[in-house]
Design a protein around this ligand. Structure first.
Ligand SMILES: *Cc1c(COP(=O)(O)O)cnc(C)c1O
Length: 359
């Protein structure tokens, strides 16, 4: 029997969350962001689960887009980082992949392959300062495209918010204003803004296409709110079996570094999951987990294949019982807060050792 440490993937939850994103997107349509293996949920099954509803997908790179085609799906797929060499452009054209062109180097590739250029987007840098052309450069970029005959393949413009997770942050409104102004000369082209967080921002326009990612999986895009608080359904339940229980006497410790020591007699259990499965090693004593719907807390350090929980709150728990590390009872966002990170990192970090079970 294989180790029953698994990630249960709830495809209905992903559909529910996608519909919620569409509802919040107002006039905009929502392209489903399924990069990084569908945020750890499995890009193929996630793409298929949304196939009846999503009119566009977005991924980081061409190999992710290829996995969507392997599911037999034909929707356009946006490549958020564009391509990494000129030779990929004709492939994009054949496959219906839409690279986001963000640099002079990528523009030069487009010129080189103008005969077989795919439909594409232009990235506008409105303040994130990772990728893209500055607003004042757009006119000259579009002129260059016209000279090479690629302009007809230009679908529109994309920008990305730096601070949308703080709903009150003034930078989002400023980026929106810069984007609107910079793209105004091309009213017939499409515009795309809006990670998940922007969907929860009162009065925020998402133009033609929003780009929800983390919210599709039930993770919170906002600081200090969990996905459950926002009405999202968790799409992953990470679970593992309780494989040993014991009673610690006062003064006894558990695990590497002996970082936690019992003050009172404490019944504890060992769970067959660790950082080798992607459970965060930085989740310390007090991080929540759940057994049979009852919340318990971690004790001591997380090992590669195991971690310890306090069974005081779950006296009926015994060997063979299933422990939820995150899911409907314990939000992945809560675990992330305890580990000093965000739900995104935990969901994308579940390793290949953990089978995904689709239900
Ligand atoms: C990943 C990504 C998104 C989705 O962001 P979430 O915060 O997961 O909703 C949207 N746009 C771009 C450009 C991205 O890279």
């Amino acid at each position: 029997m294989p180790r029953p440490t698994v990630a249960r993937i709830h495809l209905d939850a992903i559909r529910h969350n996608y519909r919620l994103a569409c509802g919040l997107a107002g006039q905009a349509q929502a392209m489903a962001v399924i990069k990084a293996d569908g945020y750890g949920h499995g890009i193929g099954p996630v793409a298929s689960a949304l196939a009846g509803e999503a009119r566009r997908y977005a991924v980081a790179c061409i190999e992710e887009a290829t996995r969507i085609r392997a599911e037999g799906l034909s929707q356009p797929v946006v490549l958020l980082q564009g391509v990494h060499e000129a030779a990929d452009l004709p492939t994009c054209n054949e496959q219906g992949f839409e690279p986001v062109i963000h640099s002079p180097r990528q523009l030069a590739w487009l010129k080189e392959k103008s005969e077989a250029a795919p439909r594409f987007w232009l990235k506008v840098n409105t303040g994130m300062n990772r990728l893209g052309f500055r607003p004042h450069e757009l006119t000259s970029v579009v002129d260059q495209l016209a000279n090479t005959g690629c302009q007809a393949r230009l679908l529109g413009f994309v920008t990305h918010f730096a601070c949308a997770d703080h709903t009150e942050h003034p930078m989002t409104a400023e980026q929106t204003r810069l984007f609107e102004q910079a793209t105004a000369p091309w009213p017939a082209l499409m515009r795309s803004v809006g990670n998940s967080a922007a969907h929860f921002r009162e009065g925020q326009t998402l133009f033609d296409w929003s780009r929800p990612g983390i919210m599709l999986y039930g993770g919170s895009p906002l600081e200090s709110r969990t996905g459950l608080d926002l009405g999202l359904m968790p799409a992953m339940t990470l679970e593992a079996p309780l494989i040993a229980t014991r009673i610690l006497q006062p003064g006894e410790s558990v695990g590497y570094g002996a970082t936690w020591t019992a003050e009172h007699q404490t019944r504890m259990g060992m769970v067959a999951i660790g950082y080798g499965d992607g459970y965060p090693r930085h989740a310390g004593t007090g991080t929540p987990a759940a057994i049979n719907g009852q919340r318990v807390r971690l004790l001591g350090r997380v090992s590669m294949d195991m971690l310890a929980v306090d069974l005081t709150q779950a006296p009926a728990a015994g060997e063979g019982d299933t422990v939820e590390l995150w899911g409907p009872t314990v939000s992945v966002d809560e675990v992330a807060m305890h580990a000093g990170t965000i739900g995104y990192e935990l969901l994308t970090g579940v390793t290949a050792r953990v089978p995904r079970i689709y239900q």
